[in-house]
Design a protein around this ligand. Structure first.
Ligand code: PMP
Length: 435
């Protein structure tokens, strides 16, 4: 009998015993393809010898040193690696222990930034409906996923939501991509004006939406328009790349494909590759300077930030995933996955959309393809797909999204970047079967 409070209370889960490459094996000897890398975490697969070596070597040096007293070579090295890879202008790194912590830290950096520059009235956060930014209270309040927030109300005030960029559901008939992007930008600008332009602190969004919508990328120019609005009103742009970052979409940072530079970016999941809990916020020089020239103190911190073993794992993960063959494989295998899913599921009356970038793909399940009507949530389509896929030896990530009060089901795939063509085909076959 389990003594752990698992998320789904009362459900019997298999016991994961070993992991190797893209596979996880349970205590009964059954093996599962890790088709979603957990939740887009295990980007290099399991038991990667080079990452294990890096962690072991660090353990032989030092495993913990409080960051109020010490820095470490390995944390400094990791920060340098990240800055070298990030869009130009994101020159500093704040290390944390995971995705929610990264979002919390980004929000507090933004808030204190405005205090430092004498605009403490800027407190409003605008994010998007149906978004997920983490489960700590600030990140949860920022996320616009109605059913997750509901029971924790009253949640933090001063968080507001606008429409996500979700062309499959929200583009109107006859509307051009440009007109759609413009409509969303106008909605954001109207929200800023409604709240008071000098009272808005930040706009928060995932470049490619993972958990809540299933690999939904923006239309061209959407983020360029968002950036312009943020600049016009002096609002900070925070991009949450906790799930879509670290090479998942075919570039190290997903925002590289949007041609803009945010003020803050959050990363986690793939950063530690599943070997260690770690996350980071990358911040612009402008924000750094406000702190350096101001109070000189970021009023924040957690005990495990900059943990040397986590930093050693992340540093080695980055070294491996920036080898040229890695991103090439993400792009190539991503295309193969999309083509395989299109061929196998494209004609299904229950598959409305298959989309994504790199090895980040989503399948939207509908009850009626023409009207895009989702299934009744009582039918629990996502949990049934999860179970059917597990029976077939595939771990994928079926989720229930909430689309303005209407529930929708989708499946997210995010396999390790080391995946081979025959393994992609196996995912397609097993998922096709399960659906
Ligand atoms: N932001 C995004 C976009 C996420 O997908 C997640 C996790 N699914 C988080 C934040 C929170 O990360 P963590 O679970 O590591 O706290």
């Amino acid at each position: 009998m389990t003594k752990i409070l698992h998320r789904t209370i009362g459900t019997k889960l298999p016991t994961a015993v070993t992991g190797q490459g893209i596979y996880i094996t349970d205590s009964e000897g059954r093996s599962y393809i890790d088709g979603s890398g957990g939740a887009a975490v295990s980007c290099l697969g399991h038991n990667h010898p080079e990452v294990l070596d890096a962690m072991k070597a660090q353990m032989g040096r030092i495993s913990y040193a409080h960051t109020s007293f010490f820095t470490t070579d390995i944390a400094e090295r990791l920060a340098e690696q990240l800055v070298a890879l990030a869009p130009k202008g994101l020159d500093y790194v704040y290390l944390v222990s995971g995705g929610s912590e990264a979002v919390e830290a980004a929000l507090k950096l933004a808030r204190q930034y405005f205090v430092e520059i004498g605009q403490p009235q800027r407190r409003h956060i605008i994010a998007r409906r149906q978004s997920y930014h983490g489960n700590t209270i600030g990140a949860l309040a920022t996320g616009g996923n109605a059913w997750r927030r509901e029971q924790f109300k009253p949640i933090l005030p001063e968080t507001h939501h606008v429409s996500p960029c979700y062309a499959y559901r929200d583009m109107q008939e006859g509307e051009s991509l440009e007109a759609y992007a413009e409509r969303l930008a106008a909605e954001l600008e109207a929200k800023v004006i409604e709240l008071g332009a000098d009272k808005v602190m930040a706009f928060v969004a995932e470049p490619v939406v993972g958990a809540t919508l299933g690999a939904v990328g923006p239309v061209a120019d959407y983020f360029a328009r968002v950036r312009k609005i943020c600049d016009k009103y002096g609002i900070l742009l925070i991009l949450d790349e906790v799930m879509c970052g670290m090479g998942r979409t075919g570039t190290i940072f997903a925002v590289e494909q949007e041609g803009i530079v945010p003020d803050l970016v959050t990363i986690a999941k793939g950063l530690g590759g599943g070997y260690q809990p770690i996350g980071a916020v990358m911040l612009s020089n402008k924000i750094y300077r406000a702190f350096a020239d101001g109070s000189g103190l970021f009023q924040h911190g957690h005990t495990y930030i900059g943990h040397p073993i986590a930093a050693a794992a992340a540093s080695r993960v980055i070294e491996i995933l920036t080898r040229p063959e890695m991103m090439a494989n993400v792009v190539k295998m991503g295309e193969r996955l999309q083509a395989g899913l299109d061929a196998t599921l494209g004609q299904s009356p229950y598959v409305g959309d298959i989309r994504g970038r790199g090895l980040f793909r989503g399948i939207e399940i509908v009850a009626d393809k023409d009207t895009k009507q989702p299934f009744d949530p009582a039918r629990k389509i996502n949990s049934r797909i999860k179970m059917e896929a597990m029976h077939r030896g595939l771990m994928c990530y079926p989720m229930r999204g909430t689309i303005d009060g209407i529930h929708g089901d989708h499946v997210l795939l995010a396999p390790p970047y080391i995946i081979r063509p025959d393994q992609i085909d196996l995912i397609v076959e097993r998922l096709g079967d399960a659906i």
